[in-house]
Design a protein around this ligand. Structure first.
Ligand code: UD1
Length: 418
């Protein structure tokens, strides 16, 4: 079993370069299922979720080849339409294949998806969108059986602006005859990226980034070369890490307009940052004041994917901080672990009150989900003494070689086998 071993208390100095976005590349890889021809994705981090998504594409008859850092995908010879449980259970994003398979092959059989256990994470909105497009769907024995032979463009109204359901609805409509309008769509930057990619392949999509997306069905998609957006959650995580540990770090590939909600909180904590184009330089002496409160919301609100990390920060911000989680009902798995490190946190339902302390201490802790795991790493880096973080496989889903990135800016962190 692998663990991260941290000797805390070091300030961080230097540069960090942010990778391409995990949450952007996963739906794009699914989108490639619809393409006849070669798609080259530039500079893709080989995260475990990405590798598992590639296995799904290969299981469908596709060719996926790494050429240095580029990922070359060719789904011309799509020969299967089913994703079995062992693969689907590895990642939630396996459900992204539903829309593309229905769009292109008009048939799909997909096992219920897995993913981080941060809440119930149903897929009813995805299925409802496909049904609105005319797909016949039967749920049986842990599988979704979908037939799209009668699919046609339609008006889809999402019950909630789910990111994944918006992406699936867009993809379901791309090779489906007629005009589809998606109302109450999610507005996340990853959705704009999906629109840009699919349009580069010949799709006709407009409106991504607003709450109404229009897709005009086309008959075929062709290959292209594409470079996804930088990972705003990774960028935000490292920004918070430097704020928490203290130091002076330049973060490259950080798009400030994707992280406005975070920046407005950081501004209130008494650290300084300076933005030039896609670079942010953050300086902190580690003596921070509370930003008062934060509530997670759909974009452009504060991202739920940064809630655990900002809670770690709040645990060393002088004063009281109120944290409200509004997206996922079980997203406080990190709280008990942060408390082992000396954090003072009390939670009821979806709200936690954090009483900031100057000091945290090293402890043996265990991550139970990706972003919660990052919060524990942050606390370990700030804490006095030694911390071991188990459950590294969760962290590896979203941060490629985290120990390497952090060591490069002076953190004392290594991966150990036990
Ligand atoms: C995406 C992100 C994830 C992020 C989340 C919210 C990817 C690969 N993952 O996940 O990192 O935390 O957005 O920003 O992009 N819901 C339903 N029924 C559905 C679908 C969703 O009830 O059919 C609920 C979910 O349980 C959750 C809320 O809607 O409470 C938001 O989920 P959603 O936006 O769909 O998140 P994901 O697309 O799974």
């Amino acid at each position: 079993m692998q663990k991260l071993f941290i000797n805390g208390g070091k300030k961080l100095y230097g540069k960090i370069k942010i990778d391409k976005s995990k949450n952007a590349i996963l739906p794009l890889l699914a989108g490639a299922i619809m393409v006849e021809g070669e798609v080259v994705f530039e500079d893709v981090p080989p995260l475990s979720d990405v590798v598992n998504m590639c296995k799904i594409l290969q299981s469908l008859g596709g060719s996926v080849v790494w050429q240095e850092n580029n990922l070359v995908v060719d789904m011309t010879n799509l020969s299967a339409h089913d994703i079995l449980s062992p693969l689907a259970s590895k990642l939630r994003s396996s459900i992204f294949a539903l829309g593309p398979l229905l769009s292109r092959a008009k048939i799909a059989k997909i096992a219920y998806p897995g993913g981080c256990e941060i809440g119930l994470r149903p897929i009813d909105i995805h299925l409802s969108a496909m049904r609105t497009l005319g797909a016949k769907i039967v749920e049986k024995n842990g599988y979704i059986y979908a037939n799209g032979s009668a699919m046609e463009g339609a008006d889809i109204v999402l019950d909630f602006p789910s990111v994944g359901a918006t992406e699936n609805a867009m993809m379901g409509a791309v090779l489906t005859r007629g005009i589809t309008r998606i109302f109450n769509s999610a507005k996340e930057p990853e959705i704009v990226d999906l629109q840009n990619f699919l349009n580069k392949c010949g799709a006709k999509i407009s409106g991504a980034g607003t709450n109404q997306i229009t897709v005009e069905g086309v008959s075929k998609l062709h290959g292209c070369l594409y470079s996804t957006i930088p990972d705003r959650i990774s960028g935000g995580s490292f920004l918070l890490t430097v704020a928490m540990c203290g130091g002076d770090v330049e973060i490259e590939n950080f798009l400030p307009y994707h992280n406005q909600a975070l920046l407005s909180k950081i501004k209130q904590t008494a650290c300084f940052y300076d933005i030039k184009n896609d670079k942010i330089k953050i300086r902190s002496d580690g003596k921070l004041t509370t930003f008062g409160e934060v509530e997670t919301a759909v974009y452009p609100g504060f991202p739920t994917d940064l809630q655990p990390q900002i809670m770690a920060l709040a645990s060393v911000c002088e004063g009281y901080t109120l944290i409200e989680e509004n997206l996922f009902e079980s997203r406080f798995l990190h709280v008990s672990e942060l408390k082992k490190m000396g954090a003072d946190i009390r939670c009821k339902n979806n709200v936690c009150i954090v009483h900031g302390k100057d000091k945290l201490f090293g402890a043996e802790v265990s991550s139970a989900d990706l972003r919660g795991g990052m919060a524990l790493v942050m606390a370990g880096l700030r804490g006095e003494g030694y911390t071991t973080v188990s459950g590294v496989e969760y962290i590896d889903r979203g941060y490629y070689q985290i120990e390497k990135i952090l060591s490069q800016v002076g953190a004392d962190i290594k991966r150990i086998e036990e």
